[in-house]
Write a new protein. Structure first.
Length: 296
């Protein structure tokens, strides 16, 4: 188990995660980062800053470059130009394990869980603690069960039974387990890939509550989403992507939800489209031209 994977001991002086004071140092900085696939510019001159105790939201429609940005931050792909810093140190992540070792954990939409395995087994998947030695070495099931239950409660997640298959949980509950797992294994930066995309209103609210809990625990959170309403509820900073380039960068204090939504939707382009889609007046509606034979 690497240092980044080692579970963090709870601070006895801090009984509530919401008491954690935000640390405003930059955990991750991307400065004019670009990524090319042959002649295709997947990302061009994108900048992003992630502070401890804050949520940085990346918004964009399909094809805007959000997935490429996730892959760079999580170590799946190397950036081709620009500067990538982790805690002030310029770096090039070579693989996802390198990112994990530096405290960057990514929770993808598919969550990387095994549906038929119990919650506690998925919580420790790939990092299972053992006891005994030699031929008597075996999984420490009791420790995993108890730790999973305690850590979920610590995040405010009260599951009925950690022995139930994780596939029987709702989408929102599975997202919350993945968030709690990342926090437990020492993540400093939590990257969330569209965590509410496939969820209803109520479950989306539950997930956003635990995203805020991760922020209040002192993590820097990168929330990837195409929903400006969800982003504005919890976000501190907003970066808007369009066709691989930045179309806007704001803090919460200098943008309203309406303006964020307008920019996300395309702004002037949407206004032009609305004019094109307006229905022409017809005889069946008030204000329409008179039908043939009608008395003017």
């Amino acid at each position: 188990m690497t240092a980044a994977q080692a579970p963090r001991e709870p601070d006895p002086r801090n009984t509530s995660s919401q008491d954690a004071a935000p640390d405003h140092r930059a955990l991750v900085e991307l400065d004019r980062v670009s990524k090319y696939y042959g002649n295709i510019k997947a990302l061009q001159d994108v900048s992003l800053v992630v502070h401890a105790g804050e949520i940085s939201c990346v918004l964009g429609d399909n094809g805007a470059g959000k997935s490429t940005l996730i892959k760079i931050i999580s170590g799946l792909h190397r950036h081709d130009s620009g500067t990538f810093r982790v805690e002030g140190e310029e770096t090039v992540l070579t693989n996802p394990r390198d990112a994990l070792d530096r405290g960057i954990a990514t929770v993808y939409q598919d969550l990387a869980v095994v549906p038929l395995m119990p919650v506690w087994r998925n919580f420790f998947l790939g990092s299972e603690p053992t006891k005994g030695a030699g031929p008597f070495k075996r999984l420490d099931v009791a420790l995993m069960r108890e730790t999973t239950r305690a850590e979920l409660l610590r995040m405010g997640i009260d599951l009925r039974d950690v022995d139930q298959p994780i596939g029987t949980l709702s989408g929102g509950e599975r997202q919350c387990v993945a968030i709690a797992r990342a926090v437990y294994f020492g993540a400093k930066v939590l990257v969330l890939d569209e965590p509410t995309a496939a969820l209803g209103v109520k479950q989306s609210g539950v997930v956003l509550k635990y995203v805020a809990a991760a922020r209040d625990a002192g993590l820097g959170v990168v929330l990837i989403t195409h929903n400006p309403h969800h982003a504005y509820l919890v976000g501190d900073r907003f970066v808007l992507l369009k066709r691989g380039a930045m179309s806007g960068s704001h803090t919460k204090g200098d943008v309203t939800l309406d303006e964020l939504t307008r920019q996300m939707a395309g702004g002037s382009e949407l206004e032009e489209l609305s004019h094109e889609l307006e229905r022409a007046p017809s005889p069946d509606r008030p204000g329409g031209p008179p039908a043939a034979g009608d008395t003017p």
